[in-house]
Structures are given as structure tokens and as C-alpha cells.
Write a protein that binds this ligand. Structure first.
Ligand SMILES: [Fe+2]
Ligand SMILES: [Fe+2]
Length: 194
């Protein structure tokens, strides 16, 4: 399987983003002591179907029995991770950690594996990103607390979605809740409001 060949059909803008994710993953894999070889493959392939038309993403999702939530049907783009993982598996990619990271890089999910978190983060902070708050997100990402970094990225992207009046996928909400619950010692117990 030639990863560069697989993504050769992507636009130059997407390739630039992908290279940024690869570059970031190189650093994150070192900080979080994860296999660089695996992380780089996941980084190269994470947006394999990012430029696929919405109707094709929905068609593949139905064909492969990927559950389509109401939010997915409004925003089929959110399915690009899961569709990519199924298509890549059919082409011989069998590493479950890599496939998991590709599947969930778009929304996050509960109990993310280390590589899934690394790809989610790298996608968010790669050097071509220029949104407000990206510098702080980068500082936290490289500081060594992966859960803290991913919670920051999830909350910041949620705040952006809310400010734009956009939908938030329920999987992302569950990811945030879980991170808050496992981090309750450092984040403080939430007081009952009723
Ligand atoms: Fe993506
Ligand atoms: Fe991406």
C-alpha cells in the first residue's frame, strides 16, 4: 500500500494540510511516545475521502452500514472519516489503531485511543491552521497532557461551532463529557445546580 499514491488525487490545498498533519504528528508521536510509523500512515490517510461529494459519502455510508445520525444526514461531510476507514480497509489497510484514528478524527468519540487523539489534535493544530486560539492549542498539545489538550481542542471547536450557529455532533458532546468525567479530579467536581 503506497500512502502517497492513495492521496495523490486530493487538491494541492488538501495535500498541504495533510503534510502539516504529518509534520505535527511527528512531534506529537515523540511527546506521547507513540509509534511514528503508524502515526504517519494515519496522518497521510486521514482525509482520504475529505473531498468526496456529500451524496457519495452518504451512498457509501448506507452501503457499508455505517450508522447515519440525523446530524450526519444534515452534514454528510462528517462521515468522511468513517467512509475513508472502510474504503482503506478494502484496499488492504488492516491496522485497527490507524483505522480507528481515521474513522473518528472528524468528531472525536468517547474513550479515544492514543493514536486517535494524536490525529484529532494534529488535524486541529497543524501549521497551516490560523484560527484564533490555535497558538494556545499548540502549546497545550505539546505540553504532555493528551487529555487536557484534546479537551481544549474539542471545547474550542465547539465554541466556534456555536458562534457560527452550526450543529455539534452528539459524538463530540459525548467525547467532551467523558473527558470531563475522567478528569474530574483535576477539573473539580461539578456542583449540582438543582
Ligand atoms: Fe478530515
Ligand atoms: Fe484533516
Amino acid at each position: 500500500m503506497n500512502v502517497r499514491e492513495l492521496i495523490s488525487g486530493l487538491s494541492s490545498e488538501r495535500i498541504l494540510h495533510t503534510q502539516g498533519v504529518v509534520e505535527t504528528v511527528n512531534k506529537l508521536a515523540m511527546v506521547y511516545e507513540f509509534s511514528l510509523d503508524k502515526a504517519v500512515v494515519a496522518a497521510y490517510l486521514h482525509d482520504y475521502t475529505r473531498e468526496m461529494p456529500a451524496e457519495d459519502l452518504l451512498m457509501y455510508a448506507k452501503q457499508f452500514s455505517i450508522p447515519i445520525t440525523r446530524v450526519d444526514s444534515y452534514l454528510p461531510l462528517l462521515l468522511h472519516g468513517q467512509v475513508a476507514a472502510v474504503l482503506l480497509r478494502k484496499q488492504g489497510l488492516t491496522d485497527e489503531e490507524i483505522l480507528d484514528a481515521i474513522s473518528w478524527h472528524t468528531t472525536g468519540k468517547e474513550n479515544m485511543a492514543i493514536l486517535t487523539k494524536i490525529i484529532y489534535l494534529a488535524d486541529y493544530i497543524e501549521p497551516n491552521r490560523s484560527f484564533k486560539g490555535v497558538r494556545e492549542a499548540r502549546e497545550i498539545a505539546f505540553a504532555g497532557d493528551l487529555n487536557k489538550a484534546i479537551l481544549f481542542a474539542i471545547e474550542q471547536s465547539m465554541q466556534y461551532l456555536i458562534s457560527q450557529g452550526m450543529l455539534i455532533h452528539e459524538r463530540t458532546v459525548r467525547a467532551r463529557n467523558e473527558l470531563l468525567m475522567i478528569g474530574r479530579v483535576s477539573f473539580g467536581e461539578q456542583e449540582s445546580r438543582d
